[in-house]
Ligand binder design. Structure first.
Ligand SMILES: C[S@@+](CC[C@H](N)C(=O)[O-])C[C@H]1O[C@@H](n2cnc3c(N)ncnc32)[C@H](O)[C@@H]1O
Length: 268
């Protein structure tokens, strides 16, 4: 073990590259992995239900455009912002394959949701699929809620999908040799995932995991391996939202063990 910021950190953890980094496999195969996650199906309907018909949507952490494109296909003008160039490259490729009248409703931008000012408002702002949990639950959360508030009119909604603390805290012990996902790729290759390391730090409620992305040939021989560090933070989001003038609008929308979608309304 080595020490980082006063915390014990395993060598595996320290050597892993950050999730969604340029050249990493978590960005390249994000769509393969999320397509296999049945718990995510239907989240576009929840966000659509929060926006007026054809209303504009700001998506913080748009990633590969999984939701961006679905929401645009349902008639919304969507601006998707993401900090990871590797994710936006894939989003742009996805948009290029859409019907022109859907593609023209989408704007993609490289940017940091903790410090974004597009100098306009949207009918709805969203921060889907644990995006907020990727950044520390302190100033970065406060600034992200301020970003959402800055881009909403009075009464506008901000929806945030966050994991559940009790699930993060009680994940089972890992077996680094156990394959947790095995998906076919083009050309008969396969993507296999292994959880190599995991730690949970109470108080700051930080879950850190190292996932090994392994590409194998049709006979199972390893072609490529990438160790990538996935971090989640979780706290009660309500005080952070309130500091930006956003009040909880309803009970969180449960997504089972995949967390909850919290909906806030700009008060004035
Ligand atoms: C789990 S993915 C969600 C992607 C997409 N919204 C979806 O639902 O499939 C999280 C995304 O948040 C992005 N992200 C993390 N921190 C960010 C920040 N500070 N500003 C903008 N995007 C960020 C990551 O690069 C990644 O693409």
């Amino acid at each position: 073990m080595i020490r980082r910021n006063g915390a014990r950190t395993s060598v595996t953890m320290a050597k892993a590259k950050p999730y969604y980094a340029e050249g990493g496999l978590s960005a390249l195969y994000y769509d393969v992995v999320t397509a296999a996650d049945a718990r995510l199906r239907g989240d576009e309907a929840i966000y659509c239900g929060l926006a007026p018909a054809s209303g504009s949507i700001l998506e913080l952490g748009a990633g590969t455009g999984r939701l961006t494109c679905e929401l645009a296909a349902r008639g919304h003008a969507v601006t998707g912002v993401d900090i990871a160039a590797a994710m936006l490259t894939q989003a742009r490729a996805r948009v290029a394959g859409l019907e022109p009248e859907v593609a023209m409703r989408i704007t993609l931008r490289l940017g940091d949701m903790t410090a974004l000012d597009l100098r306009r408002t949207f009918d709805l702002a969203i921060c889907p699929y644990h995006t907020l949990a990727h950044i520390p639950a302190g100033a970065a959360w406060r600034n992200t809620f301020a970003t959402a508030a800055r881009h909403l009119p009075p009464g506008g909604l901000f929806a945030v999908h966050l994991p559940r603390l009790e699930v993060m805290r009680s994940l089972p012990a890992i077996d680094p040799s156990a394959m947790v996902m095995d998906r076919p790729l083009e050309d008969g290759r396969r993507l296999r995932l292994y959880v190599r390391d995991r730690s949970f730090r109470d108080g700051i409620n930080r879950l850190e995991q190292v996932l090994d992305y392994v590409i194998v040939d049709p006979r199972g021989a390893e072609l490529q391996r990438s160790s990538e560090r996935l971090v989640y933070f979780m706290q009660d989001p309500v005080p952070f939202a309130e500091s930006a003038g956003l009040a909880l609008d309803r009970d969180p929308i449960g997504q089972g063990d995949d967390g909850d979608i919290w909906v806030f309304r700009k008060t004035s």
